[in-house]
Structure formats: C-alpha cells, structure tokens
Design a protein around this ligand. Sequence first.
Ligand code: ADP
Ligand code: MG
Length: 444
Amino acid sequence: IWKELVDDYRQILTTPSFNAWIEQAKPINLIDGQLTIEVPSTLHKEYWEKNLATKIVETGFKLTGSEVTPIFIVQNEKLTEDRLLDNTSNLDPVISQLTKENSKKALLNPKYTFDTFVIGKGNQMAHAAALVVAEDPGSTYNPLFFYGGVGLGKTHLMHAIAHQMLLNNPNAKVKYVSSETFANDFINSIQNRTSENFRQEYRNVDLLLVDDIQFFAEKEGTQEEFFHTFNSLYNDGKQIVLTSDRLPNEIPKLQERLISRFAWGLSVDITPPDLETRIAILRKKADAERLEIPDDTLSYIAGQIDSNIRELEGALVRVQAFATMHSQDITTSLAADSLKTLKPVGQANQLSILTIQEEVCNYYHIQLKDLKGKKRVKSIVVPRQIAMYLSREMTDNSLPKIGAEFGGKDHTTVIHSHEKIQQLLEHDPTIQKEVSEIKNLLIS
Ligand code: ADP
Ligand code: MG
C-alpha cells in the first residue's frame, strides 16, 4: 500500500513537494487498519494531516476494501537519511522561458532553487515551510521568517520560494531585496520625492523577500516605512518572507511592533549541517560540475569544514583549482594539500597524532605500546604504517615530530611508511577500505 501511495503522490504533487513530504516520510506498520507513518517534524505532521491524509484513506480503501486510518508520529532525533533531490521536472518550454525571464527581473540567483537544495537535519523544517509558502503563498505562514548563522542557506531558500512561485504562476510579482537595498530605496525616495513610486514598487507585489533584516537595527525611519509596507502587504494577503542572523527579539533596536508582527507567522531556524548533509551537498555540487571525486575525498573535505556551507563550496572550488593547476586527479591527499593553508593555526579541532594512533589501535584491536614499539609482525607493522601515513596526511606535524611520537623513530621511517601505504592505496582494495574507514572515524 505504501508503494501505491507513493506512486499516487508522485502523480499529483510537484517534484519539490514530493521530495519534501513523501520522500521524508517513512511507513512504520499497518495494524488493524492503522497505518503508522513517521515524519520528521510537527510541521510535516500538520501538513500531512491537512493535505495528504485523505489520499491515504482513499487509496487504502481501494486496495484493502476496508478503512485505513493514518497515524503520524514525529521522528525524535534520529534522521533516516538525507536525500538528494532530483532534477527531473518536465516543464512546458514557454512557461519555463517566461519563468526564467521573470526570475531574472526579480534578481534571483538561478542556482538557488529547491532542486539544488539538499535537505538535512538542520534545514528540514525550514525547507518544508518554504515549500508550503511557495505552493500556497499568503495563506499559511505569513510572514515566514528564517534565522540562523551565515552561509547556511537562508538566502538560497528564499530564492527557491520565489522560483517555485514563478513556476506555478509566471505572472506573479516577486520582489527580492536585501534590507540595505530596502533602506536605500526608501531614503532615495524621500530625497527625490518619489515616495509614490517607492510604495508602488514595494506594495504592489505578491511576494516580498527581505534578506538580512538584522541591518534594520537602529534605522528608525526605515523600520517605520517597513512597518507600513508590511501591513499593506499583509492585509492584501500577500506573502512576506524575511531572514536574519538571529531572532527578531534579539535584533537591537528593532521596534516592538515589528517584532510582534513577525510573530504572527512562523519563525524557523536553520542550524549547521551534520556530516552526512555536508557530504550530500558536496556530492551534489560535484555532480553538477561533473567532477570526479572519490567518496572518501568528499568525506574528507566535509570533515574539514563543519559550519558554513559557503565555505564548504569554497573548499571544493579550491580543491578543483588545485587539481587543475597540478594536472592531477582529485584525491584525498590532494584535497588535504590544497586545504592545508585554509586552516587557522591552533584550531581546536586539529587532529593530534595520539588521536590517530588510538583510532588505529581501536580499529585493529592492537595495543598502543605495540603500535609505538618495534615488533615486526605484519599485524602490527601495517597498522603502524597506516597510523604514520595518516599522521602525515591529516596533521601539520613535521616528519621528525611524527617519528618521535612513534617511540622515537627516525623521520626516514615515516617517509618510508608513508610511501608504502600510498603504494598500497593504489591497488589494494582492502587497504583502501580500511584507511578510508579509519579516516571517516577520525573526522566524524
Ligand atoms: P545564508 O543566506 O544563510 O548566509 P546562503 O543561502 O547564501 O546562506 O547559502 C550559502 C551557499 O551555500 C550558497 O551557495 C547556497 O547555494 C549553498 N547552500 C546552502 N544550503 C544549502 C543546501 N541545503 N543545499 C545546497 N546548497 C546549499
Ligand atoms: Mg544570505
């Protein structure tokens, strides 16, 4: 029955909707006519109950001949798997052309769409809310307010709403501005006595997106004008979407009346992506750019940059540029070389040699004193060489220092071990697998 349902929903929903609601839900069981479905957040639950549940009853009856009642449970912390969106929308070329032109007019970044947005734990709720608003502007969450740190996808989601709305209705009037542009337009309109134009421009839209409204802080006149813009749009049932790096009540000198208006809608935070999401984002980027990058290299890069998606993308660009410059394939050691200088020195999450040694010992079930010792049996020698290899690859320690940490060995031993493992990595699948597993343990 779940498979049937999924097929039905695929037919009736747009691709982004399907990805947001159906892909993220998981059937648990069907007992006594009760179909239990697990969804990632309360927002998902409400949406299912309101919009999607009737279909279950219908299809359930069709297939089983008796009544099927859906029950939704909200998943606790554990997220199944981050899923990639696929880009398979078949659009009418005329509509698609019109949509493109209107997107351009609204100064939207063509890359910031739902298709290119990777859903993960930190942004799942924001993504779902964005989609509700795009499909049904002005009537659900108004205003929709995204807050969170830099480079986490607030602007991206905002543009995605606009793109999607234009896809659904190419004639929709959409306006995207930063809060600074809003402020400048307002000030210019006073100086040039063009207030009427200003109002026309901002109040005569179906969707107004104002980015980074923390910059409204301290701007009294601008806040005043925005208050009126807001009211006018809101009363006309037009959708407003706002972003900020923090909650409205944490923005200094933001007027109380604005804060309370923002609370009429929905505020959702976006938190930094977990490792899986970061890998999925890199994979999606790499595929889009047709870059061939091994999985363990993507994991490595994702492990190096853990908070900001813009920096994550920057790292990928850097690695790619480095590979081109040296005419080499992208590998983990190349990535490590090209990202080396990126790291601030003395960063707290720098790996230590000891951490690597302990992880290797754990992995092979051997003693730390043996790893650092002089035994020449293979079951010790290979892990020792791997630990030295990783210490060279994943830390900034010098060769003599690494040697010293391995029970006072000479730096030539470290070089030899490093070369040995590098050779094995080229053709020995067991070593490849083991090294990449240890690496993953180290960076997660
Ligand atoms: P913010 O506005 O929160 O500072 P942006 O929306 O500008 O962040 O995102 C920074 C970069 O990261 C953009 O290039 C954007 O496309 C990318 N990005 C952010 N979140 C995602 C995501 N979930 N999937 C894919 N790319 C993302
Ligand atoms: Mg932004």
